[in-house]
Design a protein around this ligand. Structure first.
Ligand code: AMP
Ligand code: MG
Length: 348
């Protein structure tokens, strides 16, 4: 299959490109498009065969449910049983935006593979001109996970989607670099106390200012069986080919690590804030200005992907505080590294 990548930024006349995307979706095909978080790979969420093509193109396990994207508030009640007061407050405050809310699903409306047979569904309204235009022209719900091969870092540029899915999808709407760079927050609102199943663009602090206490179980708590889960969080994610090791962003610690690794004859790609670019790594990929979690979120997946164009034996990635969007960054980095931290005696 030939994969077209069409530029739909605001400077081009893009009516025909949207029309093509809408036609493809109406005909049971998948289309990649930008959102404010990362690029999504969409299919009409009520079309079982179309949704299956998402799982096939990504190589995604079938027990990992998809987020449904909608373009208007009114649509929500078509797909969910009950909209609680807290959900209404969250919608008002954060939609369109990077917040996915989990509701009890109306039975037999959405394709069963969207919800992976759960009785709940995750829904959000993206805050991106291209995504909203597409959804509003289509006037149907779109199931869309990130548009990468399963396990790889999520795409933050149209070209990343092409790298992963060229030949297996018909169309990429290319709207440039995405704004936030990490995926949406997944918030379970089916319980009295809302639970963050996946940290993301909307932080715990932002949510609590609107609905009061929200719980954010740690990785260990989520895996202990006591807390509710986002099924997708158990899979390896966001990983470049070379193994990733986490390291503190202390200049001295990193300099010593590089020396030790070089003595062992290993080539190192370093992902770190800009102020550490002078260190003697074999490749350096910036995570933005020092101490700015927002910039780190924007740069993270690009930097992780860039490692695959090197012959590095390992990747050292600096960590950050879990304040604000830092919680989402550390969640992704820990998964990317499989929880591994650098130590002088590591064996590659
Ligand atoms: P992705 O589509 O790759 O951004 O991943 C979507 C995330 O949302 C995964 O971690 C899913 O497991 C989670 N998710 C989607 N729907 C549900 C649901 N109904 N209940 C719990 N988690 C969900
Ligand atoms: Mg994903």
């Amino acid at each position: 299959m030939e994969t077209k990548r069409l530029n739909v930024d605001i400077n081009v006349d893009n009516g025909k490109s949207y029309a093509q995307a809408v036609d493809l979706l109406n005909n049971g095909e998948v289309v990649a498009f930008p959102t404010e978080t990362v690029y999504g790979l969409g299919a009409v969420a009520t079309d079982e065969e179309a949704v299956k093509k998402i799982f096939a193109a990504k190589g995604r396990p079938s027990d990992n449910p998809l987020i449904v994207h909608i373009g208007t508030f009114e649509e929500l009640e078509n797909y969910v049983d009950h909209i609680s007061q807290k959900a209404k407050l969250c919608m008002e405050a954060f939609w369109p935006g990077p917040l996915t809310m989990i509701f009890k699903a109306k039975p037999n409306v959405l394709a069963t593979s969207v919800t992976a047979n759960l009785d709940t569904v995750g829904i959000r309204m993206p805050d991106h001109a291209v995504a909203l235009q597409l959804l509003r022209q289509l006037r149907k719900p779109v199931a869309a996970p990130s548009a990468n091969r399963s396990g790889k870092p999520s795409p933050t540029e149209g070209i990343h989607v092409e790298e992963d899915l060229n030949g297996s999808i018909p169309l990429i709407l290319d709207g440039g670099i995405t704004g936030i760079g990490v995926e949406s927050t997944v918030l379970d609102l089916t319980l009295d106390m809302p639970v963050i199943l996946r940290p993301g663009g909307v932080t715990k602090e932002m949510l609590e200012a609107v609905v009061g206490p929200v719980s954010q179980p740690s990785h260990t708590e989520q895996n202990s069986g006591k807390a509710p889960k986002a099924p997708g969080m158990k899979y390896t994610h966001y990983a470049p080919n070379a193994p990733v090791y986490l390291i503190d962003k202390e200049e001295k610690t990193i300099a010593m690590a590089l020396e030790t690794l070089h003595q062992k004859g290993l080539k190192v790609a370093l992902l770190a804030p800009e102020n550490l670019s002078h260190l003697a790594a074999d490749w350096f990929f910036t995570l933005g200005q020092k101490d700015t979690n927002e910039e780190m979120a924007v740069n993270l997946y690009h930097a992780l992907r860039s490692c695959d164009a090197t012959t590095a034996d390992l990747v050292l990635a600096t960590t950050t505080s879990t304040e604000g969007v830092g919680a989402a960054i550390m969640n992704r980095l820990e998964k990317s590294a499989g929880g591994k931290w650098y130590s002088a005696d590591i064996q590659i």
